[in-house]
Ligand binder design. Structure first.
Ligand code: 2AM
Ligand code: CA
Ligand code: CA
Ligand code: CA
Length: 264
C-alpha cells in the first residue's frame, strides 16, 4: 500500500464531503430522532455516509467500511482494511449550532490504526495522523504532550458523570471535578479527542461510544503520546459500543484508579 497516496485520497474525500455539508445549510434539513428524542440524525448524515461509501467501494473494492448510519458493511472482525466513518460527529451541534461538528475517519489494517482524520468542518481545521509519522493540524505537526497533574488538568466530561448514573460512582467524580483546574464538554467525541491531542484538554471520557466515534481520533491522540482505553483500562475493541477514556499519559492511570470507580 502507498500510504502517502491513500492519505492524500482520504483528505480530498473529506474536503469534498465537507463542501456538501456546507452547501446543505442552504437547503431544508430533515431532522429525525434515533434511539431517543435527544439522539438526532439528519438526511445530511445519511447523504455524507453514502457519498464516502460509494467512492471507497469504487476505488478500494476489497476494503470494508463501518459507518454510523448503517450503509457500510456488517463488521464482525477486524481483519483486513476497515474504514471507520462517522459522517457527522456531533449531530446535535450540527442541528442546533451549525458548528462544533466533525467528519471522523479512521483507516485500520488488521485492527491497527494506520491513518486517522478528524475534520472540524466550520473551523476548517483538519487533524490527521499516520501511524509512527506524527499528528498534524492542517499540516503543522502537533508536539508530543507534556506531563501534567490532575490539579493542573482540564477534564472533558459532561454533567451526566456527576449526576446519578448506572456506570460510575458519583462521589469520586465530584472529587475529580473539584480537584481539577476545570471541566469542558464540547458534544463531539471526535473533536474532544483532537482537543486532548492538541493539549487543550488533558482527558476526555464517555460512558458509551461506538467505533466510528473514536477510531480516527485515537490514531491522532496516540501519535502525541495520549493513552486511549475503556474505563476498565483495556484497549478499545472497535467492534461494539464501549466506555472510553483518552488522557495525557501522566494522568491516565490515576484517573482510572482514583476517580473513575465503576459500579459493580
Ligand atoms: P453523534 O453526534 O455522531 O451521534 C455527544 O456527546 C457525542 O456522543 C457525539 O460524539 C455523539 O456522536 C456521541 N454519541 C454516541 N452515542 C450517542 C447517542 N445515543 N446519542 C447521542 N450522542 C451519541
Ligand atoms: Ca448519531
Ligand atoms: Ca459520533
Ligand atoms: Ca454521527
Amino acid at each position: 500500500m502507498n500510504w502517502g497516496a491513500l492519505d492524500r485520497y482520504a483528505k480530498s474525500l473529506i474536503k469534498e464531503a465537507a463542501q456538501h455539508i456546507k452547501h446543505s445549510f442552504f437547503t431544508e434539513i430533515e431532522i429525525s430522532a434515533k434511539s431517543s428524542a435527544n439522539d438526532l440524525v439528519t438526511n445530511i448524515d445519511h447523504e455524507i455516509e453514502q457519498f464516502f461509501i460509494k467512492r471507497i467501494r469504487r476505488d478500494f473494492p476489497e476494503h470494508r467500511i463501518m459507518g454510523e448510519e448503517g450503509f457500510g458493511d456488517d463488521i464482525q472482525s477486524l481483519d483486513g482494511f476497515i474504514w471507520f466513518l462517522d459522517p457527522i460527529d456531533g449531530t446535535m451541534n450540527f442541528v442546533h449550532q451549525k458548528r462544533n461538528f466533525a467528519i471522523s475517519l479512521g483507516i485500520y489494517i488488521d485492527g491497527i490504526g494506520m491513518l486517522g482524520y478528524v475534520y472540524d468542518v466550520m473551523a476548517d481545521d483538519l487533524y490527521s495522523a499516520m501511524k509512527d509519522e506524527g499528528a498534524f493540524l492542517n499540516d503543522i505537526r502537533l508536539p508530543s504532550l507534556e506531563d501534567t497533574t490532575i490539579e493542573q488538568a482540564i477534564i472533558g466530561v459532561n454533567a451526566s458523570w456527576v449526576a446519578p448514573n448506572r456506570y460510575v460512582e458519583t462521589a469520586p467524580m465530584i472529587d475529580l471535578v473539584t480537584k481539577c483546574r476545570g471541566t469542558r464538554s464540547y458534544g463531539s467525541a471526535a473533536l474532544e479527542l483532537t482537543h486532548v491531542a492538541a493539549g487543550r484538554v488533558d482527558a476526555y471520557m464517555s460512558m458509551r461510544l461506538s467505533p466510528w466515534d473514536v477510531a480516527g481520533g485515537i490514531i491522532i491522540a496516540n501519535e502525541v503520546g495520549a493513552i486511549s482505553s475503556t474505563l476498565t483500562g483495556v484497549r478499545p475493541g472497535l467492534l461494539q459500543q464501549e466506555t472510553f477514556v483518552v488522557a495525557n499519559k501522566s494522568i491516565h492511570t490515576q484517573l482510572l484508579e482514583e476517580f473513575i470507580v465503576l459500579k459493580k
